[in-house]
Write a protein that binds this ligand. Structure first.
Ligand code: PGA
Ligand code: ZN
Length: 430
């Protein structure tokens, strides 16, 4: 007999920034219990699903999630109790229907996603298989290439760097464990280089350094030095990925590189700048190189550079099939960033990935800047088989928890584990 959902509870917990978030606990009638915790972004896309916060200034500066919790216990739980937890799509559709708004404004995407993920976990346990196998089937054996955000600028750092994230991608590694080693060695080498130059080595929200560098270019230069000093081949073993998060410096139709003093640039000038960078640095992927409203600029960006590197859309798509469909039609990018909480259910996230697969596009499963110790997304990345994950630097336990879970999965799969990079090595300097 299939088990059924006996109860659903929710708890206000804290995320990695010390802000409240929601944890949902699901209990089945066979005694199985499972929980899931929801992350939270800072540089959020305009069209993301709605994160419900209390707005009560007397608690957590208005960021409490007691209303979302009440929505789980009073509205959602009574409608799901008695259902079979393995009917993920049926359960997610019931959640969408219960909410009834286009962006989950009524119940809150945080309430809905917590339930959706906890149900998946409970069902995996009931089926007695690991979560990645439950969601991805017996063929879910591909470990993702990590994109590790080791240096920050933009809104995430008080320095002269306009771009938000500079990531290392261990493209030459032959296993996930080796990729982690390359990434961590580069991170430690970078720390030494920054310290020797007299820069601060404290880390930001995602575990990357935020030194007071003098320019965007210096960020790439110190990373190249760190790759070399860690003993790896620049571009061949370890390459660079960028997330400029360009919406954050886009105003009135132009890009304002004001932190670095490079002034105002049009879309075309931004694209020319990226092209120059490709010749100078071992860049293999650029995410949100243009703003979320600049569909034309993105299209030109992809037309110019998409044959050489991966062009990822994050804020422009917000893991929403409506926007991804437009992107595929218009060749806006050639890859999509996937964040469960941008859309709010497991089923809708898988639908976004299905579109990428049909189009032959890459997709990168991603964390948020506010995270918890929950490792759902690590299993999810293996289940979806896209071969890429972005989950922060080589420090901070809420980031490392995901990497450690992937190390565990790789070990568990043993000789069945597959590690192939969906992005080409950089031929910079070859
Ligand atoms: P966020 O940042 O979680 O604050 O949105 C991550 C990203 O832009 O990819
Ligand atoms: Zn992004």
């Amino acid at each position: 007999m299939n088990p059924t959902i006996e109860s659903i509870r929710a708890l206000e917990i804290l995320d990695s920034r010390g802000h409240p978030t929601i944890r949902v606990m699901v209990k089945l009638d066979n005694g199985i219990t499972a929980s899931a915790s929801v992350p939270s972004g800072a540089s959020t896309g305009e069209n993301e699903a709605f994160e419900l916060r209390d707005g009560d200034a007397s608690r957590y500066g208005g960021k409490g999630v007691l209303k979302a919790i009440e929505n789980v216990t009073r509205t959602i739980a009574p409608r799901l109790v008695g259902m079979n937890p393995s009917g993920q799509s049926e359960i997610d559709h019931r959640l969408i229907e219960l909410d009834g708004t286009p962006n989950k404004r009524k119940l809150g995407a945080n309430a809905i996603l917590g339930v959706s993920m906890a149900v998946a976990r409970a069902a995996a346990q009931a089926a007695d298989v690991p979560l990645y196998e439950y969601l991805g089937g017996a063929d879910a054996t591909r470990l993702p290439m990590p994109m590790m955000n080791i240096l920050n600028g933009g809104k995430h750092a008080d320095n002269s760097v306009d771009f938000q994230e500079f990531m290392v991608v261990p493209v030459g590694a032959t296993s996930f464990a080796e990729a982690m080693r390359y990434g961590a060695e580069t991170f430690h080498a970078l720390k030494k280089i920054l310290a020797a130059k007299g820069y601060a080595t404290a880390v930001g929200d995602e575990g990357g350094f935020a030194p007071n560098l003098k320019s965007n270019e210096e960020a790439c230069e110190v990373i190249v030095s760190a790759i070399e000093s860690a003993g790896h081949k620049v571009g061949k073993d370890v390459a660079i990925a960028l997330d400029p998060a360009a919406s954050s410096f886009f105003k009135n139709g132009d890009y304002h590189l004001s932190k670095s003093g490079q002034g105002r640039k049009t879309s075309a000038q931004m694209n020319a700048l990226y092209e120059q960078w490709l010749d100078r640095y071992p860049i293999v992927s650029i995410e949100d190189g243009l703003a979320e409203t600049d569909w034309d600029g993105f299209r030109q960006h992809t037309a110019a550079l998409g044959g050489r590197i991966q062009i990822v859309g994050d804020d422009i798509y917000v893991t929403n099939t409506e926007f991804i469909r437009r992107g595929i039609r218009e060749r806006t990018t050639n890859a999509v960033l996937i964040k469960l909480n941008q859309i709010g259910t497991v089923t809708e996230t898988i639908a976004a990935i299905d579109l990428c697969r049909e189009a032959g596009w890459n997709y990168v499963v991603s964390h948020r800047s506010g995270e918890t110790e929950d490792t759902f997304m690590a299993d999810f990345a293996v289940a979806m088989g896209g071969g890429q994950i972005k989950t922060g630097s080589a420090c901070r336990s809420e980031r490392i928890a995901k990497y450690n879970r992937l190390l565990e999965i790789e070990a568990e799969l043993g000789s069945r584990a597959v590690f192939t990079s969906p992005i080409a090595r950089s031929c910079h300097g070859c």
